[in-house]
Design a protein around this ligand. Structure first.
Ligand SMILES: C[S@@+](CC[C@H](N)C(=O)[O-])C[C@H]1O[C@@H](n2cnc3c(N)ncnc32)[C@H](O)[C@@H]1O
Length: 258
């Protein structure tokens, strides 16, 4: 199967690993929560460049990584030859044989078109009793960053951009999981202020990497002043002496297919 999820090719897989590697570094405790066992079959949904997929494989599990971006999958295949990665859309992927566990780090909030369809696809990919272990942005995630963006856009007389994410509250996501046939065993909702260590350009760099769809169609001369203004607006809340901080809020859960 080889197809691309529309809109996902904006991911720059090279910049992702070099500048935003913290995303997968912070996923290591989630691998502990998954606790993959030797010989288990695990699917990593929204695997990106495969860093965590490889960590799961290192613990002896047999892993398949799926991602909607062919650039991410190409990089994963190049970095981890011999491992299994395919391009696929989390909303409607199918598997030949169900898995013991589905894992997902920092990806479910990007799968915003139809969260119930994603959860239903995960359920169908699992054996009864199979685990769904994931972490995603939760309600209020990046509120300072996005408020600064929306204000800057308004100030420049632009229509507010549609932001691509789905950041649910714990109650909302638990309800979705339960109504799609899961029992929620653990659900955590917490702040995780995250240093943007590789973002010398501050919030502006974050917008370019994670919200670049908002820049589509803007006059080229407008982008720099707009992003400068985002930095000015976000700085009081997010710039520290040590550097920029992103105001991340996370939702982490472990659920079991009934
Ligand atoms: C922030 S990255 C996280 C990657 C990886 N899990 C990690 O921890 O480094 C989010 C990933 O979700 C993928 N993604 C977004 N929407 C998707 C969809 N509908 N189907 C499959 N993958 C998707 C993106 O291509 C991207 O690689």
């Amino acid at each position: 199967m080889r197809y691309d999820t529309p809109g996902l090719e904006r991911w720059n897989s090279r910049a992702y690993d070099s500048s935003f590697g913290y995303v997968s570094t912070q996923g290591a405790p989630l691998v502990d929560l998954l606790d993959p066992q030797p010989g288990e079959r695990v699917l990593d949904l929204g695997c990106g460049t495969g860093v965590l997929t490889a960590q799961i494989a290192f613990r002896g599990a047999e892993v398949l990584g799926i991602d909607g971006s062919s650039a991410m999958i190409e990089k994963a295949l190049a970095q981890y030859p011999g491992m299994n990665f395919i391009v696929g859309d989390a909303h409607d992927f199918t598997v030949a044989r169900p898995y013991d566990a589905v894992f997902s780090n920092a990806a479910l909030h990007w799968m915003s078109r139809d969260p119930d369809a994603v959860i239903a696809s995960v359920r169908e990919a699992l054996l009864p009793g199979g685990r769904f272990v994931a972490e995603m942005g939760g309600a209020g995630n990046c509120a300072e960053l996005t408020t600064a963006m929306l204000t800057a856009w308004r100030e420049h007389g632009l229509r507010e951009p549609e932001l691509p994410w789905y950041f649910p509250s714990p109650a909302e996501y638990a309800r979705r999981l339960e109504s799609e046939g899961f029992v929620v065993r653990l659900l955590e909702y917490f702040d995780r202020p995250t240093p943007l260590e590789e973002c010398p350009g501050g919030a502006a760099d974050w917008v370019r990497m994670f919200a670049s769809s908002a820049l589509d169609g803007l006059a080229p001369g407008l982008v720099d002043p707009l992003l400068r203004r985002v930095n000015e607006l976000a700085a009081p809340a997010l710039r520290r002496e040590s550097g920029w901080m992103a105001d991340y809020v996370r939702l982490r859960f472990a659920a079991v297919r009934r």
